[in-house]
Structure formats: structure tokens, C-alpha cells
Design a protein around this ligand. Structure first.
Ligand SMILES: C[S@@+](CC[C@H](N)C(=O)[O-])C[C@H]1O[C@@H](n2cnc3c(N)ncnc32)[C@H](O)[C@@H]1O
Length: 226
């Protein structure tokens, strides 16, 4: 973390605070390893905005659930929706299962690259993807767990296949994609969505205090059935 500013170091203290994590997400957490953190700048924005828009009739896929299944566990509690979690990284998926057990929940965590192993009929997906451009991560001195943050040359490496996968999904799906505007601009995401004929850009949910946007997207099947 050699290249971090004081503000970034203070933020890291917040992301590592169990008391703050419990307060924000309403779930329990285990102790942290030295290089870990409970959530990042986007996680709370996803939970607080998506909880207003979904309910018990929805089946949420928390894609890229990370170490603690924070989004899935929290939205199951706050919105009452059915939840499935998925992550590409087996170590993180296993860690999420442990936190789900700690929270006495029966949410399933699937080892999956995007939707490849997801068999349940979800109608909402949240994705807080790795969006930090590799060069920015290097400047900040971040070395551990690139799966969690490294978005490739332009921060969009995980986003391109995600958009394609949502567009090609066989049923109606609404997607909430988190992005940090310091690294990925709104126009960049809109330009990629415009290249996917099966996708409709619905709206951008902006955050007053943080440089975070939630891009709301629907596949065309969703538009027809809405
Ligand atoms: C920034 S972390 C988000 C963790 C947690 N959801 C949160 O909001 O705090 C990004 C997560 O996405 C996962 N991920 C990246 N690409 C993925 C893919 N193609 N399929 C599934 N998960 C992926 C990473 O392994 C990592 O756990």
C-alpha cells in the first residue's frame, strides 16, 4: 500500500472495521486477515440502492460475491429477496460460504465465471466488479488478490463479458453494475452497452457523496415482459 494517500489509508481503516461493516450491512463478520477488508467504496451503494428496488418476489444473483457474501446476505435481510451468490475465485467463494454459515443463512454460493455454473432462474443481478485499471493499482502499491480489484488496462476487463452474458441470458434480467467514476466514466459504460443489441440502458443511479455510479441495465427480454 506504499503509494496510498492519507485519505486512502483512512478509507482502508473504514473498510477493515467490523463495527462499521456490521452497522452498514446488518450482518455478522469474522475477524480479518492482515490484507483483507470487509467491503469497498461501492458495496454499500449497491446495497442501499438495490434494496429500495427489489423485494420478496425477486431472485437476486450476487455476482462476484467476494470474501463475505456481503451484498447477498445483506439484501436477503433488508429486501427479503431470494439470493444466490457466485464468484470466479474458489478461495473467495469458500470464504463466503463460511460467512453465510456464520450468519446462519442457507444461501448457496456457486463457483462460477459469470453465469456459467448458475442454474437458478435469477431475475436481478448485482455486480461490483474489479474496476481499478492495472496501472492505478500498481501506483497505489496494491499487490494482493488482483481478482478483487484488477480491471485490466481500462478497468473494463470484467465488464465487457458481463454485459454480453446479461444480453444473452434466456430470461428477463435487470442488472445493477457498480463503477467508480474516478476510474471508469459513464460514457465508457454506455458505449459498451450500445454495442450489445440485446441490452437496454435504463438509468444511472448516482451517489451524492461518493464517486460511485450504479448502471441499471435490462436485457431486451426484460423490456418486453415489463
Ligand atoms: C470488487 S470485488 C467485490 C466483492 C463484494 N461483492 C463487494 O461488493 O464488496 C469483485 C469480485 O468479483 C469477482 N469476479 C471477478 N470476475 C468475475 C467473474 N467473471 N465471474 C464471477 N466473479 C468474478 C472477484 O473474484 C471478486 O470477488
Amino acid at each position: 500500500m506504499a503509494g496510498m494517500s492519507l485519505v486512502q489509508m483512512a478509507a482502508m481503516q473504514v473498510y477493515r472495521s467490523k463495527a462499521i461493516a456490521k452497522l452498514l450491512f446488518g450482518i455478522d463478520f469474522p475477524a480479518l486477515g492482515p490484507q483483507d477488508y470487509y467491503f469497498d467504496i461501492s458495496t454499500h451503494v449497491v446495497v442501499s440502492e438495490v434494496k429500495k428496488r427489489i423485494g420478496p418476489a425477486n431472485h437476486l444473483l450476487d455476482l462476484g460475491t467476494g470474501s463475505f457474501a456481503v451484498i447477498g446476505l445483506s439484501l436477503a435481510k433488508k429486501a427479503g429477496c431470494k439470493v444466490t451468490c457466485a464468484d470466479l475465485n474458489p478461495e473467495l467463494a469458500a470464504s463466503s460460504r463460511r460467512n453465510i454459515a456464520l450468519n446462519k443463512s442457507d444461501i448457496e454460493v456457486v463457483d462460477s465465471d459469470l453465469f456459467s455454473n448458475v442454474k437458478v432462474p435469477f431475475d436481478v443481478v448485482t455486480f461490483n466488479p474489479p474496476y481499478l485499471p492495472s496501472s492505478a493499482g500498481k501506483d497505489l502499491g496494491i499487490e494482493s488478490r488482483p481478482a478483487q480489484w484488477d480491471g485490466g488496462d481500462d478497468g473494463m476487463r470484467a465488464v465487457r463479458p458481463f454485459l454480453k452474458a446479461v444480453a444473452e441470458r434466456g430470461n428477463a434480467v435487470t442488472a445493477y453494475l457498480a463503477m467508480n467514476t474516478l476510474f471508469v466514466k459513464n460514457d465508457q459504460v454506455r458505449a459498451l452497452v450500445a454495442k450489445e443489441p440485446g441490452l437496454e440502458y435504463v438509468e444511472t443511479i448516482r451517489c451524492m457523496l461518493l464517486p460511485i455510479e450504479l448502471h441499471v441495465l435490462r436485457n431486451k427480454r426484460a423490456s418486453k415482459s415489463a
